[in-house]
Ligand binder design. Sequence first.
Ligand SMILES: [Zn+2]
Length: 307
Amino acid sequence: MGESREASETAGTVVTTVEDFDRLTADALPNLLDRATTHTRRFLRETGQWADDISHEKLALRWGYEFLERFLVCGRAEVPCRPFLLLDSLIAKYFSQAEPLCYHQGLLSPLGRFLDGLTSRAVVSRDALMALFYHLYGFGQGQVVKVLGLGAAESQRVYKNFERWRRTGWERAMTEIGITDEDLQEIEDQKHRGKNFDAETERLIRTIQSHYRKSEPQHFPCLSRQQWTDLFDQGYGYDYRAWHLALCRDCLVEVYLLRQDRTDDRPPAIDLQVRPLLKGKVVSFVLKHRGEANGSGRAQRVSAWPP
Ligand SMILES: [Zn+2]
């Protein structure tokens, strides 16, 4: 009983400064995550979307992380507030939207979870946003700079984004969205089998992108060919280019065609890459929670990559 009174006191705690908000949320992170995951589980149950299996547990946990991350970003702007109740309201607001993305059946597969998790990170992390160009289309950093038409200063940022992603960002993202080495392997095997893989990937990408674009209203609208041309010719809207083109396949194709004489000839076909772009030839990069059984096989495959 003491425990539940303590819990309700925590839930009702008011913070009045940003420093207090940071302190309280840092101390209560596990509780906040648990709360967010529980809300998600309950929502899925109440809407008949739940099954007692590992993929649904992972889904709930992944959404829990997702909510927590958004809460940590936006919560500081809401001070003074009751952080626990603020988290509740953020989640309730999300689930009351017309079509929460977690309804989508295709997102329970490793491929769906990978694409969804990566895109949801791109909404809050510029490193992940830039990494999308690589993971979806195989673009290297130079290609990203060319397609986006970036100047020297912005290009430097892209190189830093790629570097951080390669060093720590990717691995952290995979851990947080619950993608294991087996999941990555399954996606790669699917890709090598080839059948309908690119079409299925593209279909999922479109669903996911249109969902996440809504989270950034100022960067949401698609531009006409003429508007894109003006934007590039007149050299403005760098943020718009980076954000929208990473999250809109149609506009990326449009812009790519527009800029074809100034970029490589390769059309921006779907070319899914699940591991980060490696700098050196041999990187035996393995996730912490991979199974030990096929460890040596995994290391060999990774060091042989890219082919
Ligand atoms: Zn668009």
